[in-house]
Design a protein around this ligand. Structure first.
Ligand code: SAM
Length: 287
């Protein structure tokens, strides 16, 4: 692909997360044809470009770069050039720089073109065996214990699968905090060094996972994604039962079992049979 065939735009190009064979054909074409590559770390990306025989000039870009850096890149595109954005690995903007550049480009009606490829988040989910119909990505947890616990506490009732990026020297502390907040039984998957030589996937309960990681230093090395099962409907209902019980006691004092059950189901969303059984039991107890 020659330079002139690439339209002026900001190309957001994904690169491999460890295995160079995962570089897409289109990523190589676009990076070769671009006028300039904006890279998170030009030295790091230099190796990738060299491997694929890409001689396009590079400029450093980070979201906390001087505002003039973004301005110059956007001006180049407005002047008719094709600028490609890459990060150190995976998809730019996914726990990586690029958000400010892309949002400013869009605000200026500059065309932004995705050139999709690997991302550790989706790679981990695709093999974790946890529900993927709905999930949330939490990126990196706060480094300090208090912030981490607070963040996790806010997620304790989350029913969707949770995905975290984790640094190897914090994985044990994070697992400990997850055990405390989510409980030892919650299913989780540690996905390490995906697509690389020492790729490892461990699926277990949070409690067992913590023990296994603590007992094996190798599991505290490399790049890590942690995926955690969301709060199950059954668990959610079990957690709600004490509240439901209080509610039913009040309702049963004023209304029939049928009316109390109907109202409690509407108010809590708990399964009707569960509410009915509880109401019958309580009805005997309520004077
Ligand atoms: N933009 C990247 C993406 O699309 O996945 C993520 C960049 S973020 C700065 C780096 C983090 O992603 C790592 O600390 C790790 O949590 C996760 N990660 C990246 N590559 C990985 C791999 N090969 N295996 C497991 N996790 C990986």
């Amino acid at each position: 692909m020659a330079n002139r065939t690439l339209e002026a735009a900001l190309y957001v190009v994904s690169t491999p997360i460890g295995n160079l064979a995962d570089m897409t054909h289109r990523a190589v074409q676009v990076l070769q044809a671009a006028d300039l590559i904006a890279a998170e770390d030009t030295r790091h990306s230099g190796q990738l470009l060299q491997h694929f025989d890409i001689g396009t000039p590079m400029a450093a870009y980070h979201d906390h770069s001087d505002a003039m850096v973004a301005e110059r890149l956007l001006e180049k595109i407005e002047a008719g050039q094709a600028v490609a954005l890459i990060s150190d690995a995976g998809t730019p903007l996914i726990a990586d720089p690029g958000y400010k550049l892309v949002s400013q480009a869009r605000a200026r009606n500059i065309r932004v073109v995705p050139v999709p490829g690997p991302s550790a988040l989706i790679t981990a989910l695709s093999v974790a065996g946890l529900p993927t119909d709905r999930f949330i990505f939490e990126g990196f947890l706060p480094a300090k214990a208090e912030g981490r616990r607070k963040q996790l506490a806010g997620l304790a009732l989350e029913p969707r699968t949770l995905v975290f990026y984790e640094s190897p020297h914090r994985v044990q502390d994070s697992l400990k905090a997850m055990v405390e907040v989510f409980g030892i039984e919650r299913k989780a998957v540690l996905a390490r060094e995906l697509t690389k030589r020492f790729e490892t996937l461990i699926a277990d309960s949070l409690g067992n996972l913590l023990e296994r990681v603590a007992a094996d230093q190798n599991q505290q090395r490399g790049e890590i994604v942690l995926a955690v099962e969301g709060l199950s409907r059954e668990q959610q209902q079990a957690d709600e039962l004490p509240e439901l019980e209080k509610m039913l006691i009040v309702l049963l004092a004023e209304l029939s079992v049928k009316q109390s059950v109907a109202l409690a189901v509407r108010l809590t969303g708990v399964n009707k049979n569960t509410v009915y059984e509880m109401a019958l039991r309580l009805n005997k107890a309520v004077p």
